[in-house]
Design a protein around this ligand. Sequence first.
Ligand code: TV7
Ligand code: CA
Ligand code: ZN
Length: 393
Amino acid sequence: EANITRPKGYTVSFHCNPDMEKHHFGMTHPMKPWRLTLSKSLIYSYGMSFAMDNYISRAATYEELADFHSTDYLDFLGTVLPEPVPRDLENQNPDLKFNLGGSDCPLFEGLYDYCSMSAGGALDAARKICSEQSDIAIAWGGGLHHAKKAEASGFCYINDIVISILQLLRFHPRVLYIDIDVHHGDGVEEAFFSTDRVMTVSFHKYDPNNFFPGTGALDDNGPKSEHNSGAHHAVNVPLQDGITDEQYDMLFNTIIGRIVEKFRPSAIALQCGADSLAGDRLGRFNLQVQGHGACVEFCKRMNLPLILFGGGGYTPRNVARAWTYETSIAIGCQDKINPILPQHTPWRDQFRQDTLFPTLEQILGEPRLNKNPPKRLQDIVQHVTEQLRFVQA
Ligand code: TV7
Ligand code: CA
Ligand code: ZN
């Protein structure tokens, strides 16, 4: 492979914990922590680790988790055990304590360790940004945006993003949070609902009755009272099945461009959920690796301290493609790397499912019918533009 060298004039850091990737949600559960191993092995095969500061992050402590989560919830999370016997028929739908133990958020071996490692990487990334030791910090093991103060939700138990933004807020006056996971970033939006120091923006599939979590309508923009400082500081971009790179990038660049102009953040936190890619097992969009990565490129061009989080992503080989490509964008070597996947990458068989000479950017998957009329996208841009009239840095 070409020699990948350190970027000139800025530092990229990479935060992971290999022990996190060993955990299992269960055989049929769509969330596969080993997609992180697959991503990392592709990133390393390209030689990108030589261009970054690499950290094995320690698990977050109880006190660090308690920055956001309630101690009742953490205490319970720390003591629950995997279910010894699967639930029987009369006990199919018990009232779950803190929403733990259902099929979305199962109790598995090492659950507390898994959660604290995910948060540890994200927090470590935020600390390197705060100390200015790094300009772009990558935590692909984080991005679990649905977790609430005292509730698990949608495969997420601990909200590593909230914990890491709380850290940024100790040094940064204003943080912009952007979420390109196909699901609404409800947990992060809720956590910062009442403050004007964090603006949250989520792009997602929106269908209140048929798509999780059902929140994130265009006019959900924060507290309705003007006396609440959080008013107008939540931006929601509800989309339909099949959106393409061109449409998505037009929306992203227009909306994020205007927000950066008005809100003037001093740091950006970007959740890069890869379930917005075409061919995702749970997603509905038609984004290619290029279109998804263009969002990272746009944020990088803002020249602000940047954290990249992972998130959803349920077709592991495509998750690895996207996060590898996005790591290369962070480093600035995307034009130098060979689009044909390295011969010697472990797991190469994973990618052979696609084609004999698999490439980094080519996703194979049935394109979905595009249900996003241009007129609707224009209405979204207009709504957000009007909303931003109320926002002042
Ligand atoms: C960030 N969709 C998380 C996204 C969380 C989505 C859901 C599943 C699902 C769970 C399974 C499973 C599944 C094929 C898909 C209302 C329900 C319907 C569970 C079957 N297969 C992120 C959460 C979402 C679990 N939940 O944003 C075990 O799909 O729609 C729902 C809720 C009740 C529970 N049932 C689904 O990407 C990381 N769950 C197979 C086995
Ligand atoms: Ca989203
Ligand atoms: Zn998702």
